[in-house]
Ligand binder design. Structure first.
Ligand code: AMP
Length: 429
């Protein structure tokens, strides 16, 4: 038997109804904040991620699905391509490629699959889905303002509340500006020097190449050492500190609670200033529902103009896992199951189904060869509210037997009254 590849999974009904419920709610929220959808390719040139995510990150160093194009055209040959492990780099590439700065501030959102070769476990997959957004534009558009950071965080609080996730925690940090980072890196290197040989192999490498990444370390034995290291919060210069204060002030004003976590440096190299994660207790070890931050230097790193920006990515798989809502409660069951009874009745059933569906009713139907008992069983199995019997007598009278499955009540309803009768919510006839 051929199975889906390791770390991938099929999303099946009724779960897909929950996914659609989430996506519809999220689209509503984005609309209220004037975000518009962008869809970028599932694969990009490898170089984009090397530059846009950072060579030293776990994502780029270990987790990408990369291949060499075998295209016959000279321009394709040997080009290295990668399934996108995240979507910010793709969005910023598109921002530059299409000169989106011409429209001032761009507020873009995306929903789609991402790919990382991670060790699969609950809440961690090799193909997973992210719902994300980016606010990016020339500094003159206000994209640099800490008010945008606060707006994005408040949007996220609204979004989580809207899909019914209430017990989240917003963890907030500022990782400072490049100047602060240089001083901090120096201090970190010094602090790491005497202890680094007691740490894991990854940390030993990070200590040399990019000491900030030591804070990504999950190895339990390294944690006591990491606890003693200097923190970026001690190195913020005046402008960074003031910006961070403003983000916090706005959050207080709009009543979005947060906790400060100065170990939160996030996995991407280009983050500056505000970084954040939302966690949820019910998720267990993989408890981050979403993460994001400000990436003011990213556009320039990808060869574009200065374009300060801030963004986030929600793990949609984890978002759906943390919903208290059940798939059963959001899936829409058929309003009516039409049972054609006897030869020639498929045509009449099709006509009725067409009429009823035009009234936004969910209609399913059987086949004229079915005995009535079989139709009842089918209607019951799919959870239809009503069964509508279409036999020769009904067609002649232009009135149909309509039975409410839960109560067993049955009435004869003229064709013209059917939509109103079936459409009526409630349980009885
Ligand atoms: P990141 O792009 O690493 O900041 O991830 C943002 C969010 O995407 C995380 O908070 C997770 O919710 C989700 N995520 C990241 N990697 C995975 C994965 N392998 N499987 C499922 N969700 C993931």
């Amino acid at each position: 038997m051929i199975k889906s590849p390791r770390g991938t999974r099929d999303l099946l009904p009724p779960d897909t109804a929950l996914w659609n419920f989430v996506e519809a709610a999220v689209r509503d929220v984005f609309r209220a904040y004037n975000f518009h959808e962008i869809r970028t390719p599932i694969f990009e040139s490898t170089e984009l991620f090397a530059r846009g995510v950072g060579e030293e990150t776990d994502i780029v160093a270990k987790e990408m699905f990369t291949w060499e194009d075998r295209g016959r055209a000279e321009s394709d040959k040997g080009q290295s391509l990668t399934l996108r492990p995240e979507n910010t780099a793709g969005v910023v590439r598109a921002y530059i490629e299409h000169k989106l700065w011409d429209r001032g501030l761009s507020k873009l959102f995306y929903i789609g699959p991402q790919f990382r070769r991670e060790r699969p476990q609950k809440g961690r997959y090799r193909q997973f889905y992210q719902i994300g957004a980016e606010v990016i534009g020339p500094a003159t558009s206000g994209s640099e303002s800490p008010a945008r950071d606060a707006e994005v965080l408040e949007l996220l609080a609204t979004l989580l509340d809207r899909v019914g996730i209430t017990d989240w925690t917003l963890e907030l940090n500022s990782v400072g500006c490049p100047n602060d980072r240089a001083k901090f890196n120096e201090a970190l290197r010094n602090a790491l020097q005497p202890v680094v040989n007691k740490m894991c192999a990854d940390c030993q490498r990070r200590a040399v190449t990019n000491p900030l990444r030591v804070f990504d370390c999950k190895v339990p034995e390294d944690q006591p050492i990491i606890e003693t290291l200097p923190r970026i919060s001690q190195f913020l210069d005046e402008p960074c500190r003031t910006d961070f204060e403003q983000v916090k002030e706005i959050l207080k004003t709009v009543a979005v609670p947060y906790v400060l976590n100065d170990r939160l440096v996030r996995g991407l190299d280009y983050y500056q200033k505000t970084t954040f994660e939302f966690t949820h207790g019910a998720l267990g070890a993989q408890n981050a529902i979403l993460g994001g931050g400000r990436y003011d230097g990213l556009s320039e790193a990808l060869g574009g103009p200065a374009a300060p920006g801030i963004g986030f990515a929600i793990g949609e798989d984890r978002l759906v896992l943390s919903l208290s809502e059940s798939a059963e409660s959001v899936v829409r069951k058929p309003d009516v199951y039409i049972a054609p009874l006897g030869a020639g009745m498929n045509r009449e059933a099709a006509r009725l189904a067409r009429e009823l569906r035009r009234h936004d009713l969910v209609v399913d139907l059987g086949d004229e060869s079915f005995r009535l008992k079989k139709s009842f069983e089918a209607a019951d199995k799919m959870g239809a509210r009503y069964i509508l019997i279409v036999g020769e007598n009904e067609v002649k009278a232009d009135a149909f037997a309509l039975k409410h499955l839960a109560s067993g009540e049955q009435v004869t309803v003229p064709r013209g009254d059917l939509p109103g009768r079936i459409g009526k919510s409630g349980t009885g006839l």
